[in-house]
Design a protein around this ligand. Structure first.
Ligand code: MG
Length: 432
């Protein structure tokens, strides 16, 4: 077949990649019953994103328990019927044998991948194999695919390099899609971004300037910024800000630490304008959850922006507390999470999925660290990102030719060295 007419695929192992595997003695085992067969968090959105990018999705799974009699073929087939219901899958390849059968389809042999490629017109060299065990990685290598290892920390033989290592199928999908973008030099223009840019501010003059920019879709404030800007009368400042920004969302924070007082403040703040969101910290300083207060306020029609979330459990708790008919924001501090050495992307992608239960709720990527975060937020369908002035400045650099950018950087070094008058005396001979 003409390679141009061929499709690229992502081959996926099943247990521990798509569905929960049961850990035992540092190893993982397939679910025993149909009732135990459940998708892992984030899997549905990762598979949909890969398919939307044009990949054919093929599951390749070893199920040797059928040969040994520990599992029935009918149960495995019923699980795969479910899998097709839950996920947009093009093909499922199964090998029921054990090593003793010497089957060419049993991973780490590449038979399942090769046969699916033949049947579906897949270009193996442009395809990926994603799995959580050495057998998957090495089957991908043998087939000529790019192998991606989901490292779940099993105490067993590790795959032979080379492979890419990720933490979940969401991580694998990010890796594949980012690699595609890089290879195709495909950069979205800032005008094509679905993620909305919000600006953080407390100085009315710069807020007015930002309001004149149609790219800025909303505003947030915080007590730290306001103090820096010399704000003394909170309510008077807020009202002046709402004169400047009458028709885009603006968040103002409550100051109380006691939930009853927070409630009274929230109702007062909400009365300042229809575009006002009331910022509520996810807990008070005594670590008491604000979820019951959020539930009350949201049910009463108060638009909240629940802030300072760091974990998926917090996202689940707050999403659950929101009223389906009231707009709300949930601010997850992705940048601060990244500051601890953790990749915030899988957590943000999963938060988007969790929040689908409340369609009027939007996720905010708070505390961004660099311009790249705007594109990362966009890639995982995060609704909003709060952009600092530093990041807004860099929007002009998006898509700049890297060869030209390199030359400009060299020119800058040269200019600065010349301006400083630095010289190296070449007549003195080498230093001793
Ligand atoms: Mg597996």
């Amino acid at each position: 077949m003409n390679p141009a007419a061929m499709r690229n695929a992502v081959f996926l192992d099943r247990d521990g990649v798509l569905n929960r595997a049961t850990p035992r003695d540092g190893r993982s085992f397939p679910p025993a019953t149909l009732a135990d067969f459940r998708l892992l968090d984030g899997v549905a959105s990762a598979v949909r994103r890969l398919r939307a990018a044009g990949y054919t999705i093929v599951v390749c799974t070893n199920q040797p328990d059928v040969a040994t009699g520990r599992q029935s073929r009918a149960t495995v087939e019923a699980m795969h019927e479910k899998l097709r219901e839950w996920l947009p899958i093009d093909d499922i390849q199964v090998c029921y044998h054990t090593d003793a059968h010497d089957c060419h389809r049993r991973k780490p042999r590449p038979g399942m991948l090769a046969e699916a490629a033949e049947a579906l017109g897949i270009d193996l060299a442009g395809s990926y194999m994603v799995g959580d065990r050495w057998r998957d990685v090495e089957a991908g290598q043998a087939a000529g695919c790019f192998p991606i290892f989901i490292d779940a920390g099993y105490r067993e033989r590790q795959p032979k390099p080379p492979f890419a290592r990720v933490g979940s199928l969401t991580g694998a999908a990010d890796f594949i899609l980012n690699r595609d973008n890089l290879r195709q030099e495909k950069m979205p223009s800032p005008h094509d971004l679905a993620v909305k840019l919000f600006a953080d501010g407390a100085d009315l003059e710069s807020i007015a300037k930002l309001y004149a920019d149609p790219k800025i879709k909303g505003f947030t404030t915080n007590p730290t910024l306001m103090r820096k800007a010399g704000v003394t009368d909170y309510e008077a400042f807020a009202k002046r800000m709402l004169d400047v920004v009458p028709d885009r969302p603006v968040s103002f924070e409550v100051f109380a630490d006691d939930h009853a007082e927070m409630e009274a403040q929230a109702k007062r703040i909400q009365s300042w304008g229809a575009n006002v969101f009331v910022k509520i910290p996810v807990t008070n300083t005594k670590s008491h959850s604000s979820a019951p207060l959020v539930r009350k306020l949201s049910a009463a029609g108060v638009q909240v922006n629940v802030t300072a979330l760091f974990t998926l459990d917090q996202v689940r708790e707050i999403t659950d507390a929101l009223h389906p008919d009231t707009a709300a924001n949930i601010s997850v501090f992705a940048g601060r999470i990244a500051d601890t050495g953790r990749d915030p992307l899988p957590l943000m992608a999963e938060s988007v999925e969790i929040m689908k239960a409340k369609p009027k709720a939007e996720l905010i990527w708070a505390s961004p660290r660099e311009l790249l975060n705007v594109f990362q937020a966009n890639a995982v369908n995060c609704h909003i990102i709060t952009a600092t002035p530093d990041i807004l400045k860099k929007l002009d650099l998006v898509g700049r030719d890297l060869g030209r950018f390199s030359l400009e950087t060299v020119e800058m070094f040269y200019r600065d060295a010349s301006a400083a008058g630095y010289t190296i005396n070449l007549d003195r001979g080498p230093a001793e």
